[in-house]
Structures are given as structure tokens and as C-alpha cells.
Design a protein around this ligand. Structure first.
Ligand SMILES: Nc1ncnc2c1ncn2[C@@H]1O[C@H](COP(=O)(O)OP(=O)(O)O)[C@@H](O)[C@H]1O
Ligand SMILES: [Mg+2]
Length: 247
């Protein structure tokens, strides 16, 4: 099984000339589960967006590497080709693009040599939809068009499973999910973890961490990682919030 390593080295990033990330160091490898926690406004989503190459954020210093390849300024598609996947906290709707076309296009971009027959591809997609309790009719709807919060999240998970990334970044994947949906989502994450996928789970609350036990828990405050701990760190955050962590 091939190993994939995502390295973040002394990463600093601005939004509109305001420094949000103030020197982040973090390494996520295949098969590892990392949780990135922190209070609102700490910069968690900013880190996720910067990792996937969102154009609103300007990296002012530091590097992002996948398997030692510098992807600091790479296009989002190229990052995806190297195995990175990010589920956005507020997925945008791309009106007029059907889920079916979107998934097929994204898959063919990532695996051009595979040439999976259309029928096999959609059977695979439908099987995953069943696992995450999405109605089959979703496949012909436009992306995120009129989706509820929970439906958007399921769609993110559908993409994650279908596109077979090596390192997955999930930003607040549990928000807007009821208990049953959260169980389905957790089950998919665990399946992929068993297939040696690495995870960076960004979350304000530790609700999802009850089911998916992270080996590493990092706490982000004011753009800096102020603690590198383990599951006990997230347990204590549940009881006491973030105030006790001063870095
Ligand atoms: N597009 C943006 N424009 C202006 N400010 C932003 C933008 N994105 C994030 N910020 C600011 O960056 C800081 C960190 O935000 P964010 O990364 O969303 O935090 P978190 O996900 O930890 O709650 C906040 O002060 C937020 O207002
Ligand atoms: Mg956020």
C-alpha cells in the first residue's frame, strides 16, 4: 500500500491583508486520524481552504508538500491528483451541473487511465449513495441546488468515497447532521481509514470524535497550533472548553 504524506511547514496566510494563519506546522500521513480543534474564528476553515488552494487566501510564507512535492501554489485539481480531498464547510452550489456529470468528470480527471464503463461507474456511485442514505434521484439533481444542510454533507461524503483520495480534510462535517446521519458518515470515514486513508478532521465540537477516535488532536487558537495532544485533549475540551489551553 502506498504511503501519502501531507506536510504543512511554517505556513502563514492572509485574508485581505489580515494575517489569519501564523505559522502552522502539521504532518498527516496515510492511515492517521488527526483532529484540528479550536474556538470559532481560530482559523480552522482558513487552513482547510488554504490546503485545497482557495484563491481568496494568500500564503505569505511556508510550504505545503505532498510526498515531498511542493504544492504551495498548485492548482486545486493538481492537489486532488496527488490525493488530497477537502469537503468544504459551506459547499457552494454549482447550478446546472448535475451530480452525475460532476462526479463522472471529477473521476475521469483523477483516473484518466481507468476508463471505467459508465454503467459500472454509476453502479458504484449508487452503492455509495445507498450507504449514506441518499435517494437515487439525487444523482440527476444539480449540485447542492436546494439541498438541506444534511444533504450537502452527504454529498460531500459521496464525493469523498467515490473519488478515492489518499488524504481527506473534513471541515465541520458533523454540523447539521442528525444522529443517524452522523453514524453513516462516521462509518464511511472508518471504512476509508481501514483502507489506509489519512484524515484531518476539523471540528469545533468533539461530537464526531466520539465515534472516530483521533490519534492526534491539535488545538488551533488565533492562527497558531497551541497544543498537540491526543484523545484525552478532546475529552477535556468537551468538559472545560478551550480556555485552559494557553499554548
Ligand atoms: N473570506 C474572508 N474574508 C474576511 N475574513 C475572513 C475570511 N475568511 C476568514 N476570515 C476571518 O479569518 C478568521 C478565521 O476564520 P475561520 O478560518 O473561518 O475560523 P474557524 O473556522 O476556526 O471558525 C476570522 O476572523 C474570520 O473572520
Ligand atoms: Mg470554520
Amino acid at each position: 500500500m502506498s504511503e501519502t504524506v501531507l506536510e504543512i511547514k511554517n505556513l502563514k496566510a492572509n485574508v485581505e491583508d489580515k494575517e489569519i494563519l501564523k505559522g502552522i506546522n502539521l504532518t498527516v500521513k496515510s492511515g492517521e486520524i488527526h483532529a484540528l480543534m479550536g474556538p470559532n474564528g481560530a482559523g480552522k476553515s482558513t487552513l482547510g481552504e488554504v490546503l485545497i488552494g482557495h484563491p481568496n487566501y494568500k500564503i505569505t510564507s511556508g510550504k505545503i508538500l505532498i510526498n515531498s512535492r511542493d504544492i504551495t501554489n498548485a492548482a486545486p485539481e493538481d492537489r486532488a491528483k496527488l490525493g488530497l480531498f477537502l469537503a468544504f464547510q459551506s459547499p457552494i452550489s454549482i447550478s446546472g451541473v448535475k451530480i452525475s456529470s460532476f462526479l463522472r468528470m471529477a473521476y475521469n480527471n483523477l483516473y484518466p487511465e481507468e476508463k471505467m464503463p459508465l454503467k459500472d461507474f454509476f453502479n458504484m456511485v449508487k452503492a455509495v449513495m445507498k450507504d449514506v442514505d441518499m435517494d437515487e434521484s439525487f444523482i440527476s439533481r444539480s449540485i447542492n441546488d436546494g439541498f438541506s444542510g444534511g444533504e450537502r454533507k452527504r454529498f460531500e461524503i459521496l464525493q469523498m468515497v467515490v473519488l478515492k483520495p489518499k488524504i481527506v480534510i473534513l471541515d465541520e462535517i458533523d454540523s447539521g447532521l442528525d444522529v443517524d446521519a452522523l453514524k453513516l458518515v462516521s462509518a464511511e470515514i472508518k471504512k476509508m481509514h481501514n483502507q489506509n486513508v489519512g484524515f484531518l478532521i476539523i471540528t469545533h465540537y468533539q461530537r464526531i470524535l466520539k465515534d472516530i477516535k483521533p490519534e492526534f488532536v491539535h488545538v488551533l487558537k488565533d492562527g497558531k497550533i497551541v497544543m498537540n495532544g491526543d484523545k484525552s485533549t478532546s475529552d477535556r475540551i468537551e468538559d472545560e472548553g478551550y480556555d485552559w489551553i494557553t499554548g
